[in-house]
Design a protein around this ligand. Sequence first.
Ligand SMILES: *[C@@H]1O[C@H](CO)[C@@H](O)[C@H](O)[C@H]1NC(C)=O
Ligand SMILES: *[C@@H]1O[C@H](CO)[C@@H](O)[C@H](O)[C@H]1NC(C)=O
Ligand SMILES: *[C@@H]1O[C@H](CO)[C@@H](O)[C@H](O)[C@H]1NC(C)=O
Ligand SMILES: *[C@@H]1O[C@H](CO)[C@@H](O)[C@H](O)[C@H]1NC(C)=O
Ligand SMILES: *[C@@H]1O[C@H](CO)[C@@H](O)[C@H](O)[C@H]1NC(C)=O
Ligand SMILES: *[C@@H]1O[C@H](CO)[C@@H](O)[C@H](O)[C@H]1NC(C)=O
Length: 658
Amino acid sequence: MRTEIVAQILVALVAAVSASPVSTSHVVHERRSQPVHAWEKHSRLHPAAMFPVRIGLTQQNLHRAEEFINQVAHPSSPDYGKHWSAEQVAETFAPSQQTVESVKAWLSDSGIDPSRVQTTKSRNWLTFNATTMEVESLLKAEYHVYTHETGEKHIACDHYSVPAHLTDHIDIITPTVHFDKKISAPRKVLSHDELPDTVHELNRRALFTDGLGGGIVGSPTDASNPKQGAAVTNALMTLDNCDTMITMECLRALYDVPIPTSAISNNTLGIVEYTPQAFLQSDMNMWFKQFAPDLDGKSPDVKFIDGAVVQTTNQSFTFNGESALDLQFAMGLVYPQQVTMYQVGDLVTGASFNNFLDALDASYCTFQGGDSKDPNIDGQYPNNLAGGYTGPENCGTVATTHVISTSYGSNEADLSAKYEMRQCLEYMKLGLQGVTILYSSGDFGVAGNSGQCINTQTGAYNNGSTGTFNPSFPGTCPYVTSVGATQVMNGSTIHTPESASQRVIFSGGGFSNNFAMPSYQKKAMATYFQNHAPPYSAAQFNNSQTVRGYPDVSANGVNYVVAVNGKFSLAFGTSASAPAFGALLNQINENRLAAKKSPVGFINPTLYANPQVMNDITNGGNEGCGTPGFQSVQGWDPVTGLGTPNYPAMLDLFMSLP
Ligand SMILES: *[C@@H]1O[C@H](CO)[C@@H](O)[C@H](O)[C@H]1NC(C)=O
Ligand SMILES: *[C@@H]1O[C@H](CO)[C@@H](O)[C@H](O)[C@H]1NC(C)=O
Ligand SMILES: *[C@@H]1O[C@H](CO)[C@@H](O)[C@H](O)[C@H]1NC(C)=O
Ligand SMILES: *[C@@H]1O[C@H](CO)[C@@H](O)[C@H](O)[C@H]1NC(C)=O
Ligand SMILES: *[C@@H]1O[C@H](CO)[C@@H](O)[C@H](O)[C@H]1NC(C)=O
Ligand SMILES: *[C@@H]1O[C@H](CO)[C@@H](O)[C@H](O)[C@H]1NC(C)=O
């Protein structure tokens, strides 16, 4: 799509309309904070080139977002659980007439004839086609053509400005500074192939396997051990091995969760997967036969979004590990409740979190949304690339489950603050409607994906040996619940408190550079800084004590036994923690729905006001960026949050609320 636009631009012969100069004082609205990776800046864009401009208008009442969410989600609110309808949400936040009029007046005064400007339904976006010359004058910006190492082209400016009196009316303008990436890789989920010590351990475990042939848990290739004895089922079901292999039994024992016995219609757990990540039914069946025989042959209820497919062409841990881990445990843990899997994006371009949100919420998609028209940020559908999805983008076409768990994430620094804010506010709107949004907090401790940190001087990513901490997104959005990872300590049992994950992965955690501290965190944060002030300066993280800290909660994320590509493997990651936590919330919802109450929705205000319903984790850190990271301490900490679930206490608490 972009290539097409650029081609159009380069041949454009449209006469430039000379913009009448308007004397207003402009202020910088957005500026790219770091150099663009893999993109090379080329010549200035031709002054007569024409391209589509979109102005996202500021929504109304956003300053009341926290007040509104607390109304429905704070345990002391008389309106707790009284979730809003989609219509109420849309009406409350639509931009004001004054906003629409002032921005239109500016365009008109600047020589963009009103006849050229289209207003989207419900007035959230103004769109028009304009020449480079017009846009550069309008935004006091300079546009360049960029080429990606893959040959793709893009147009962008380094910064842009708007008149001072409009800064509060304009949210975001595209195309401008944005250069970001769609989701291409899931959270790190490691296979045994990458883990020699673990393979060794697994092989040792396999000494006790029998019947299934031994080897890597259950693998037929490693049956030769002379010490074979106990059947694999016994070996796997005993709770003595939870320090080396996590099964559903381990999780239920750790968090005191009963096996569900009922399934109210429509109480399904939502799990999001991004193509080409895919599950293989044969793996599902292999795992179910071993751990959940009633599910043998069963699949999740799959919702396909934007031409998605559950591909089977590429099969390896890197293609199947994530879906296998998420779905096997989720389906097993909630059964007889069901899992709804949202498979998002086609095989050619993939998709972003915004594409998924568009599919859930027509209002976000058509007029409330923050999608960028930059194909590097959000998938553009219909997709004209060979083999791409040629249908219209899915827009409000899939039903929303009460709990949605996503084990993918970006770095906060990958995307612009405004783009993230707009998306974050959509999570707030889903929260108002009673949806719980869970995101894994990341697997690289205080570092970002792949262990990268931020060069303190240049703002560029580095190899992670030093630099500024690199928090994850959407985990730092205050309207999602960010889930970190814990482990059963080596040599310990389920009866010993867990520690923060110190094996293979380190629980993502730290402090946002974009989002202010939500009111629900104030008390926990004050205690944390008072009693456990971390030994870092502003060069490492925003230590102003006014920003959002993450994660909120945690759950075991180490040594999950998963069937992938026909063999049992161990998997590690906050990827495991998020769906496990989601499964438990689905069970709490089951109880609330049976009692004719609403689903739990946005849980953070309730949990921070009642930290006693969590098992506080006080051991282990989240190293990264050449530091030991933060430490798990008494109370909330930026490693394991409030801690792991104490299910009976959580259930009692949520059942005690209206
Ligand atoms: C901009 O131009 C394109 C291509 O000619 C056209 O499809 C589109 O409707 C125009 N948009 C506006 C807002 O005029
Ligand atoms: C996926 O499979 C296709 C078709 O066999 C192949 O061309 C491609 O290289 C594979 N991708 C990876 C990353 O293995
Ligand atoms: C829940 O039930 C409603 C009404 O029957 C239906 O429209 C919706 O699709 C269901 N939700 C899910 C997630 O299946
Ligand atoms: C990472 O970067 C630092 C500073 O540039 C360098 O000294 C170090 O050798 C690099 N480490 C690796 C593993 O590449
Ligand atoms: C776990 O503990 C055992 C026995 O104390 C030790 O041999 C092994 O190396 C430890 N493994 C790890 C990963 O720490
Ligand atoms: C830290 O965050 C606060 C609140 O958003 C902000 O005002 C301040 O500039 C940030 N400090 C740094 C060093 O980025």
